[in-house]
Design a protein around this ligand. Sequence first.
Ligand SMILES: Nc1ncnc2c1ncn2[C@@H]1O[C@H](COP(=O)(O)OP(=O)(O)OP(=O)(O)O)[C@@H](O)[C@H]1O
Ligand SMILES: [Mg+2]
Length: 307
Amino acid sequence: MTKFSKEITTLDLMLPGLFNGLTFTGFRALTVFIMVTFIFPYLLPVVFFVAIFMVLILKKSVRGLKECLATDGKYKGPIHDHLATIVNGLVTLRKYERGTYFRDMFVNDLEKSTNVVFNYYLVNRWIALHLDFLCLIFSCGATIFAVTMKDTISPDLLAYALTLLSELIMFFSITLRYSAEVESFFISANRLYKYTSIESEDLLVKDGDDTLSQDGVAWPWKGQIEFDDVTMRYRPELDPSIRNLTVTIEPKMKIGIVGRTGAGKSSIFQALFRLLDCDGGMVRIDGVNIADVGLHLLRKSIAFIPQ
Ligand SMILES: Nc1ncnc2c1ncn2[C@@H]1O[C@H](COP(=O)(O)OP(=O)(O)OP(=O)(O)O)[C@@H](O)[C@H]1O
Ligand SMILES: [Mg+2]
């Protein structure tokens, strides 16, 4: 959820602003480029070479930017999880005097994430520094070249062309930096697209849910739970965690489930709440197959206190 909101924020808030800047500086660079072509055509081959160098610098750095953004997405999640855990379990933490331990864990995650953000800005600065350095060399060369040509071009036109040149390089460099950032932000679009292929849970509300109450009493009426030859696994490639479980728990019965660690006790509850669907067999509550009930109704009908 944290990752999803972050990607949406990037796409909805940051990308439009950056894209706006990119189109503005891009068109500005293009306009100035056309004007320079008319006034100062001799320098065009040099501009061409500078452009090639800039694109090379950019190609090298975009990978770094993308890597930073991808790693940032990975480290942001645990920070929010930690915060939620700490706030929810504040009383327990204080009681067992584990505050320092959890604070250290939180600070550790925060530090990892801050390091990534710091590196992101470093890569950005690296691009800016290299592009600016290239601009500097080009401007110096162009000025010397222009001064030696002072007899062939009128001085006012020469001055104008030089001003345009410095603008051209500046806008070109900003355009390239923006385009690198826009490209790296598109990782978010890519990730969001991947989320669309994640298999979703069954329907939250099903048509038959309303008809389940009997004589005004809401389902489950008595509370009989039947596991009928239930097999369940966490992922298709794993071995089943519950294998052919058949048991009937009568209403108002108090039972205990005993087994060594990893035996599958908690997995039974996962099957009961349909956090995972059965691979084979079915679970019935008061004779109703829970696979036919909407998830909202099923989950609000059962209470569960975690161990
Ligand atoms: N999220 C998961 N993904 C993959 N396998 C899992 C997952 N959770 C549990 N398992 C596996 O399912 C089996 C049953 O685990 P389960 O947590 O139900 O055992 P348990 O009886 O509740 O153990 P404990 O007494 O330690 O709570 C174990 O082999 C475990 O490795
Ligand atoms: Mg367990």
